[in-house]
Design a binder for this molecule. Structure first.
Ligand SMILES: [Zn+2]
Length: 96
């Protein structure tokens, strides 16, 4: 039996806010849009190398299509809360 697909849902690289330590070198596997990956997401990718990266829009479309997604956080609730508290304006948007 095939293992269920694991998807990391990422904010678009142009999102208004980012958390400390976010990187911008990955893209959505579906639409190739550049996305941001927070430290919790990178740790999750390291633990689960088979993970596929989707942007919000493609993840929502996939969930509507397949309907049976199980959603879990990329890290512990404490890790995610800490990242959310560290949110700051996205400086990547202003680069050239
Ligand atoms: Zn996408």
């Amino acid at each position: 039996m095939k293992a269920p697909m694991r998807v990391l849902v990422c904010a678009p690289a142009q999102a208004a806010a980012m958390v400390e330590g976010t990187t911008f070198d990955r893209a959505c596997a579906q639409c190739a849009a550049r996305v941001m990956v927070a430290p919790s997401g990178r740790a999750s990718l390291a633990r689960n190398p088979e993970t596929i990266i989707y942007c919000y829009d493609c993840a929502m479309a996939a969930m509507e299509k397949y309907g049976n997604a199980t959603i879990e956080l990329a890290g512990t609730a404490a890790e995610i809360a800490s990242e959310v508290r560290s949110a700051q304006p996205n400086t990547w948007r202003k680069r050239n």
